[in-house]
Design a protein around this ligand. Structure first.
Ligand code: ADP
Ligand code: MG
Length: 394
């Protein structure tokens, strides 16, 4: 179904035309009409399926200019807050809805100025609460509350913050919750946010016609050499190498760099500003290969990622789906290659039993053996308060 058929407000339809949104994705087709009709909606669909527009488009349409803050969108990380805010700004390029982006680690003053005029707030829970307590955010006029990437917010220990904010809002507002996965913990908590929400789940299949998945058996000691070979020979656009732990990500990045590959690591142990800088460099193609952990890279939307490499296989099968969803986005094709040594087989079997993906075996090519040096790191335990152990591991 096409966006045109929704007969959206003319300004909004013109903005969608400008950014090339013609056909709705599944989740958009099924949730936008409900949201426009004022229903509470819990939407679950794979990463990259267009959840931002699913809530962003109808909410931008509903906002009334000049009437103060009406929409609050919560995001788990500062990167996502910025990304969602910039996407919503595109939808409202003609309507000029005022959107304030509120996240930690940046100047209060600029954000306070933006809040004075804002009709929509997109922010991370910690800074939003901070601004509420300082009297800069007024929630009385809120008509819609969005919990985006709800699984990740729960993972990062934001549940209490989400509840706190929710309780300060008018009861009759519309509540929208979007998530890529629905872990048990989140399932149990849903009733706390809304009792009569429509639950919409689209099939969690990835676009298998454009995303080709392979696995390659290799001993652990030769894994790094194979990865380097593949990066040197297979790579076309940008690549992401996924690791299960921070230490592994740093080691892989450091050794790749020594082999002359333009790369950086991205994980939860890095300070926010460094993470953000690295993301920006990857967006700008100043680095070719990002070596990342799951938490740091989840939900991120970078165009032109052609290859995903799993240097280790995640214990949580949903993380595998999230990883490979970083490529083959918005109609482009992509390749995901999992490097399996003995200690990856359990996790890989779990992936195969959870999804009915078609993952083809690939024979290892001839490659040169290279040294892989491990380093000693010490990671600060700092970061957002209330983070779960799992977040620290990543
Ligand atoms: P999710 O939140 O489900 O992971 P996003 O909202 O980040 O996914 O969307 C993924 C990408 O797809 C973004 O680059 C977005 O601009 C693009 N996109 C979303 N909906 C459409 C659409 N209907 N037509 C074309 N591109 C779209
Ligand atoms: Mg999203």
């Amino acid at each position: 179904m096409k966006f045109e058929e929704l007969r959206l407000d003319g300004d909004l339809q013109a903005s969608l035309h400008t950014i090339g949104f013609v056909e709705m994705t599944d989740i958009q087709e099924r949730t936008i009409p409900l949201i426009r009709d004022g229903h509470d909606v819990f939407g679950q669909s794979q990463t990259g399926s267009g959840k931002t527009a699913a809530f962003g488009i109808p909410l931008v349409e509903k906002v009334q200019r000049g009437r103060g803050v009406q929409v609050l969108v919560l995001e788990p990380t500062r990167e996502l807050a910025k990304q969602v805010s910039s996407e919503m700004k595109k939808f409202s390029a003609n309507k000029h809805v005022k959107i304030a982006t509120i996240y930690g680690g940046a100047s209060f003053n600029t954000q306070i100025q933006a809040l004075k005029k804002a009709e929509v707030i997109v922010g991370t829970p910690g800074r939003v609460i901070d601004m509420m307590k300082r009297g800069h955010i007024e929630l009385e006029g809120i008509t819609a509350f969005v919990l985006d990437e709800a699984d990740k917010m729960i993972d990062m220990g934001f549940f209490e913050d989400m509840m706190f904010i929710s309780e300060k809002m008018p009861r009759d507002r519309q509540t929208l919750l979007f998530s890529a996965t629905m872990p048990d913990k989140l399932k149990h908590l849903r009733s706390k946010f809304s009792r009569n929400a429509h639950t919409i789940k689209t099939s969690s299949k990835v676009a298998e016609d454009v995303l080709k998945q392979f696995y390659c058996e290799v001993s652990y000691t030769r894994k790094f050499s194979l990865l380097t070979h593949l990066l040197e020979n297979e790579r076309q656009g940008l690549s992401i190498v996924f690791c299960n732990a921070r230490r592994e990500a740093d080691d892989v990045a450091r050794n790749l760099k020594e082999s002359g590959i333009n790369t950086k690591s991205l994980h939860g142990g890095m300070p926010q500003n460094k993470r953000e800088k690295t993301m920006q460099q990857f967006h700008d193609k100043k680095i070719d290969v990002l070596v990342a952990t799951d938490v740091a890279a989840r939900g991120l939307d970078v165009k032109d990622v052609t290859h995903i490499f799993n240097y280790s296989i995640p214990m949580n099968a949903e993380d595998y789906a999230n990883r490979i969803g970083r490529t083959a986005r918005a109609g482009n094709s992509g390749i995901a290659i999992s490097l399996l040594s003995r200690n990856d087989h359990d996790a890989f079997r779990k992936v195969q039993s959870t999804f009915s993906y078609d993952i083809e075996e690939m024979n290892a090519p001839q490659f040169k053996v290279r040294p892989f040096r491990k380093h000693n790191y010490s990671y600060a335990k700092g970061g957002a308060r209330g983070r779960s152990q799992r977040a620290y591991a990543n």
